[in-house]
Design a protein around this ligand. Structure first.
Ligand SMILES: O=P(O)(O)O[C@H]1O[C@H](CO)[C@@H](O)[C@H]1O
Ligand SMILES: O=c1cc[nH]c(=O)[nH]1
Length: 252
């Protein structure tokens, strides 16, 4: 049986799993796996830490994507080759609207394509749109858990610093083409910045796969540039949402 190149896994390793939960952070993948029945670690290679377990009797994979579109595209492509069809991203994020607070839960309907990797799957005129049913499962999960949420558009950037217009940096300089971009996204009603959903949504839509994204807010960019909150509670809430959404989707 052929192993996929980066994850080093073959189809039988996934025991028929069709759904993957995809956080950016490898350590978060390990923490999420503890909520599955019979969790096992399948691989730890580069940024890709892969766990398998069961949710309500269904095999589920957890696979970290690392930061950004290029590594996300590898994880999604190789998991798809192994039989996965549904991808639920659970991330952290910076809000750019004043009414969205640290600790809030954001569900991305679609993303502004500030990445490069998505252009390797479809031209820029193609939308980075989530899957309706997977996103509906995220909404249902919040309702089931009585968790308030915001739903809307996310700006998904290749970079954490210039692409999200941060000036508190080594050089303090943001290229002219990105100066004022945060205000533009605010005025266009964009909720937040993160770094993987544009690639995830575009490639999944283009390849006939299903994707959704939930994120916990670590910082409100109208008030400060760099997060300084305790991530623990925020992660617990967003992990609860993604696990419940997985159960909702698996029950269909
Ligand atoms: O917490 P994760 O899932 O990594 O998501 C966000 O955090 C990272 C940046 O700090 C980027 O990957 C961004 O999308
Ligand atoms: O501001 C933030 C916080 C988390 N992740 C991001 O990409 N941006």
């Amino acid at each position: 049986m052929e192993k996929v190149f980066h994850l080093g896994l073959c189809i039988d390793d996934l025991k028929g799993a069709k759904l993957a939960i995809v956080p950016g952070d490898p350590d978060r993948a390990a923490r999420i796996s503890q909520f599955l029945d019979n969790p096992t670690c399948l691989a730890k290679t580069r940024e890709f830490h892969v766990y398998l377990g069961e949710l309500n009797g269904h095999s589920v994979v957890i696979c970290s994507t690392g930061i950004g579109g290029p590594s996300t595209s590898i994880a999604v492509e190789e998991l798809a080759q192994l039989g996965v069809h549904s991808f639920l991203r659970i991330g952290t994020t910076g809000a750019i609207q004043p009414h969205i607070n640290e600790g809030d839960i954001l569900i991305s309907q679609a993303s502004v394509r500030l990445d490069g990797a998505s252009q390797h799957f479809a031209p820029l005129s193609y939308p980075a749109v989530s899957d309706f049913f997977a996103t509906q499962a995220m909404v249902k999960a919040c309702e089931n858990l009585n968790i308030d949420f915001h739903i809307g558009i996310t700006a998904s950037s290749d970079t954490f610093y210039p692409g999200q217009e941060r000036y508190d940096t080594h050089s303090g300089y943001v290229p002219k083409s990105l100066q004022g971009s945060c205000e533009e996204w605010q005025k266009l009603g964009v909720m937040n910045y993160e770094m993987e959903s544009a690639t995830l949504f575009t490639m999944c839509a283009a390849l006939g796969l299903q994707a959704a994204c939930v994120a916990g807010v670590l910082v409100n960019r109208t008030r400060q540039e760099i997060p300084n909150v305790d991530h623990g509670e925020i992660e617990r809430k967003s992990v609860a949402v993604v696990l419940e959404a997985a159960k909702v989707l698996l029950a269909k």
